[in-house]
Design a protein around this ligand. Structure first.
Ligand SMILES: *[C@@H]1O[C@H](CO)[C@@H](O)[C@H](O)[C@H]1NC(C)=O
Ligand SMILES: *[C@@H]1O[C@H](CO)[C@@H](O)[C@H](O)[C@H]1NC(C)=O
Ligand SMILES: *[C@@H]1O[C@H](CO)[C@@H](O)[C@H](O)[C@H]1NC(C)=O
Length: 535
């Protein structure tokens, strides 16, 4: 493992394309494999170990390039977006000095609304939107909405508040009738180019350049046209109008890592169709990105907390992937931001895959230096237990629905699905439709089972719905952003796109695409349950 650690560090620190190329070459941690092959045939478990190492190296690189972005808050630079005669907004990926400029671009794109803008007015409009966002923004706890304040009052006051509120609310019957007993995770992908995609890439201007694969040069669009057909029941069509009505006066928040942000972007695109132009915008508030549908007084938010618990990597500016240390018992600093939310959707996975052990601060430790190396699965269980404990003690199950999204699989090793000529996920244009064998795509199923068990049992007071997206997504090797994405905030150029062994991102997903289906599962569950409505 020492050797591995060295390699990983060099791939991270080097940041050079060549160093990364060696690391990304499928099964081509070349030197290491060669030395192990001395013994003859490579035993399966050794292959497994190297696959694992490979995964870790890659995670490190992608985490580094993708997770810093939501954390830095900066004003947008002038003129990042131009409007083409066709009306679609295009990001001008100019030269960038550092990673923080990446978020300039991101912010600018996010603030861009549906309304048609002429090139001349683009900058002004955007700046106004940003300022507006800052004014409306809820900067941390201080300027909380009345509802939030209410819930943060000492217990006595809170009880009173609840009673008052519940008097004004009525329970609405479910809109859909999909039974909870129907396992939506088991089924198959069916080609459906009449109903899918659920929105058009160019129509959702809230999408970031990370996920707009067609705009970034992808040629095939079949990946957008797959419907998920569960075995035992049907999934409804996503009805944006119905859903935004359900969200009226409410807050929905995705909490976790960049995969949950991927899903948040999808959800924003799904619901924004039902909101009139000019009555929606996105704001950045520290670790939070908020889509406001102010016509409905509803928000769809993303809160960055890659481990859910506190860690030394929570600071937007000062953190290190290699030296990250978690405090498995402490969650309050993040969780303060989750209070008063009506729909909480959690995840935590990819940051765990960077090393086999996790550095965990000793209980009662005074500084990050006082930590132990803990086996990943044990640390994961501990963290999720802390999380479930918070949910159990702080969430009002009569008001708030809680979900935990399972692990999003990655597709970096085409040999696993029988394509020895593949390069990571770069050449995949079709899902695995006829695959009956087990898939081993670097998923840690122990973590999956731990998360499922803890979701079901560790918060007896509050039902937590564990949503299995892993099983359906494993078959979607075609759905990743691959080389049609950004790195260090910049859309990959032709040379980089020609080198998928180095640059293909096989963790995150193109939008429209697979995360839309995850949200459809959420939608199905939410709309099949009764809801509290303000009378
Ligand atoms: C849908 O796919 C079928 C089969 O590939 C094709 O014949 C048809 O033209 C497509 N329809 C649309 C609306 O793209
Ligand atoms: C807007 O929604 C919040 C909850 O997110 C609620 O507390 C507040 O009363 C709502 N405001 C109006 C004007 O409906
Ligand atoms: C499931 O979780 C509960 C509560 O955290 C725990 O007591 C139990 O041992 C777990 N079961 C398994 C099989 O891990």
């Amino acid at each position: 493992m020492h050797q591995f650690a060295g390699r990983r560090k060099s791939s991270l620190a080097g940041a050079g394309a060549n160093g990364a190329a060696a690391a990304y070459d499928p099964f081509g941690a070349k030197h290491a494999v060669t030395s192990l092959r001395k013994g003859g045939r490579l035993p399966v478990y050794v292959a497994g170990v190297f696959f694992c190492i490979f995964v870790l190296i890659m995670y490190g690189e992608d985490i580094r390039s993708l997770t810093l972005e939501p954390l830095t808050r900066v004003p947008p630079p002038p003129k990042l977006t131009v409007t083409s005669p066709g009306g679609g907004a295009h990001v001008v990926a100019g030269p960038r000095r550092d990673t923080s400029s990446a978020s300039h671009q991101r912010a600018a794109v996010l603030h861009h609304d549906d309304e048609k803008q002429t090139p001349a007015t683009t900058t002004t409009v955007k700046e106004t939107t940003v300022r507006q966002a800052e004014e409306v923004a809820v900067p941390k706890v201080a300027a909380a909405t009345p509802a939030e304040k209410e819930i943060k009052k000492p217990k006595k006051a809170k009880k009173k508040g609840r009673r008052q509120r519940s008097a004004k609310k009525t329970v609405m019957p479910p809109v859909l009738g999909v039974p909870e007993t129907c396992d939506l995770s088991k089924g198959k992908w069916v080609f459906d180019n009449t109903s899918y995609p659920l929105y058009k890439e160019e129509e959702c201007t809230f999408l970031t350049s990370q996920v707009t694969c067609m705009k970034n040069g992808r040629r095939d669009d079949t990946y957008q046209k797959w419907r998920w057909q569960p075995k035992g029941c049907d999934m409804p069509r996503f009805d944006a109008k119905l859903f935004i009505e359900r969200l009226r006066g409410k807050r929905m928040m995705f909490v976790g890592d960049s995969l949950n942000r991927n899903q948040w972007e999808s959800m924003v695109c799904l619901v924004q169709k039902a909101v009139s132009p000019g009555k929606k915008y996105v704001s950045w508030e520290g670790q939070r990105i908020v889509f406001h549908a102010w016509e409905y007084n509803a928000t769809v938010e993303f809160y960055w907390a890659p481990f859910l618990v506190e860690s030394n990597s929570d600071d937007p500016k000062i953190h290190s992937i290699q030296h990250r240390i978690i405090n498995a018992d402490k969650i309050a600093a993040h969780a303060e931001h989750w209070r008063g939310v009506d729909y909480l959707i959690f995840n935590t996975y990819i940051w765990w895959m960077n090393t086999l052990d996790m550095k965990v601060m000793r209980p009662g430790g005074g500084s990050w230096e006082e930590h132990d190396e803990v086996v990943r699965i044990e640390a994961y269980k501990k963290v999720l237990t802390t999380w479930a404990g918070w949910v159990n003690e702080n969430v009002d199950p009569a008001r708030t629905s809680v979900f935990f999204m399972s692990m999003s699989p990655l597709h970096i090793s085409p040999q696993v699905w029988g394509n020895p000529d593949g390069i990571r996920c770069a050449k995949e244009t079709m899902p695995l439709l006829e695959w009956h064998g087990p898939l081993w795509l670097g998923m840690d199923w122990d973590m999956f089972h731990a998360a499922r068990n803890i979701s079901r049992h560790a918060a007896p007071r509050v039902p937590i719905t564990f949503v299995d997206i892993t099983t359906m997504s494993e078959r979607r090797k075609d759905g990743h952003t691959s080389v049609h994405t950004i790195r260090q905030g910049k859309v990959l150029g032709p040379e980089e796109q020609a080198d998928p062994g180095t640059y293909a991102d096989c963790i995150h997903w193109c939008l429209p695409g697979v995360p839309d289906i995850w949200n459809l599962v959420l939608y199905t569950r939410i709309m099949s349950r009764p809801a509290l409505q303000v009378a």
